[in-house]
Write a protein that binds this ligand. Structure first.
Ligand SMILES: NC(=O)c1ccc[n+]([C@@H]2O[C@H](COP(=O)([O-])OP(=O)(O)OC[C@H]3O[C@@H](n4cnc5c(N)ncnc54)[C@H](O)[C@@H]3O)[C@@H](O)[C@H]2O)c1
Length: 359
């Protein structure tokens, strides 16, 4: 078992059966009501193992939410708050979020606002949740097509990260997790990027060690800047365009979060190249390696206009400027880089013209 301190939380990485979970349930939350939030897939794939392994969860209430990013929204949050009220959940009780990033983002938000805050534990079940979404204290929901527009910073009591849950994760969701892991490489360490690409190519095996490295990259940044006043913005690399693509395609062609981030990273690297921050050799390496695994979506000129309008509503903007985190090399990221709207249009057009060859 590996232990990492993270702001107001503790991360435990290893088999959940060897973790402090049983003890925590039996001491601090011995007399608490327990509510487990799952989505319809983790309900089928992960819940039974948890409640049969941990005796103290046998009377837990289970709330099953519809799966998918489009369900990370206020109507569903409201239904859960009503259910918690019906169960008579108090501030001294416990919510357990068992799922991917959609469940830990939404469940964390639900817990943080319910009666001004009830304790919660995250048990991420997707790769993306393990390396990214379940840690760092960002919780929230989407507002229409605007990603994570409503939310709060708050911290789970503990995050239990057990790769055994990945056994049932669909392959496209595994690839989605790699999207965020590749980001960890691109913003901090070229060797990490190279190892992850080798794993995707099948030249190296997935390992808990690489998971720990990626968690370490994120945790180091959020420990230094928990509320995203500066440095933490590097974690948004690929997300300015990635979120717009994810929001735009949310109700049509389904694209995973990590897929959108991967495409966003290629496009934002191209911006880095165009403004003279990144050299061509580094850009070519990023484009070639990422687009080998993540397909560019097809979009029309009208859709480009719609996506560029969405960019002007990005949370990271300031004083009317669209601010991006961009690369100056593989392994070095600079935040608060102002990018003109016209350049985004040029970039979307560049990749639209490339699609003929890529798809
Ligand atoms: N808070 C943060 O810092 C942060 C960081 C990155 C991403 N996010 C958010 O995380 C979300 C994406 O997370 P995600 O990719 O985990 O999405 P997700 O939670 O929607 O999970 C992806 C799919 O995998 C299924 N699934 C999850 N675990 C499974 C398992 N063990 N077996 C079978 N199926 C399983 C889910 O039901 C879902 O269909 C987005 O909403 C994104 O905005 C948050």
């Amino acid at each position: 078992m590996k232990y990492i301190e993270s702001n107001n939380s503790r991360l435990e990485i290893g088999s959940i059966e060897d973790s402090s979970f049983n003890e925590v349930l039996g001491t601090k939350y011995k007399s608490s009501k327990k509510v487990i939030i799952v989505d319809e897939n983790t309900h089928i794939s992960c819940l039974e193992y948890l409640i049969t392994t941990f005796e103290q969860l046998k009377d837990a209430e289970v709330i099953v939410l519809p799966a998918g990013e489009m369900n990370k929204e206020l109507g569903i949050v409201n239904n859960v708050w009503e259910a918690l009220t019906d169960y008579g959940l108090t501030r001294h009780d416990l919510i357990i979020n068992l799922g991917g990033g959609m469940i830990t983002d939404m469940g964390g938000f639900i817990a943080s606002c319910y009666k001004r805050g009830v304790d919660y534990i995250n048990i991420p079940t997707s790769l993306l949740g393990m390396v990214d979404a379940s840690i760092g204290g960002k919780t929230g929901i989407n507002l229409g097509e605007f990603k994570n527009q409503i939310g709060v910073f708050s911290h789970p009591e503990v995050v239990y990260i057990d790769i055994a849950f990945l056994a049932t994760l669909p392959s496209e969701e595994l690839l989605s997790g790699y999207g965020e892991m590749l980001k960890h490489g691109l913003i901090s360490d070229e060797t990490l990027f190279d190892i992850l690409i080798a794993q995707l190519k099948g030249d190296q095996d997935f390992s808990e060690e690489i998971l720990l490295t990626c968690i370490g990259v994120k945790n180091e940044v959020v420990m230094k800047d928990p509320l995203e006043n500066g440095l933490r913005k590097v974690l948004n690399f690929g997300h300015t365009i990635g979120h717009v693509i994810e929001g735009h395609f949310m109700n049509g062609k389904k694209m995973t979060h990590g897929h959108c981030v991967a495409i966003g990273m290629v496009m934002e690297s191209y911006i880095s190249l165009k403004i003279g921050l990144l050299d061509e050799k580094a850009y070519d390496k990023i484009q070639e390696n990422i687009l080998a695994f993540y397909e560019m979506p097809l979009y029309s000129n009208d859709e480009i206009n719609e996506m560029v309008i969405m960019l002007s509503n990005d949370k990271k903007n300031s004083n009317g400027k669209i601010l991006c985190s961009l690369l100056s090399s593989i392994g070095t990221c600079k935040y608060d880089q102002a990018v003109k709207e016209e350049l985004f249009v040029e970039v979307f057009l560049h990749f639209k013209n490339l699609q003929v060859n890529l798809n």
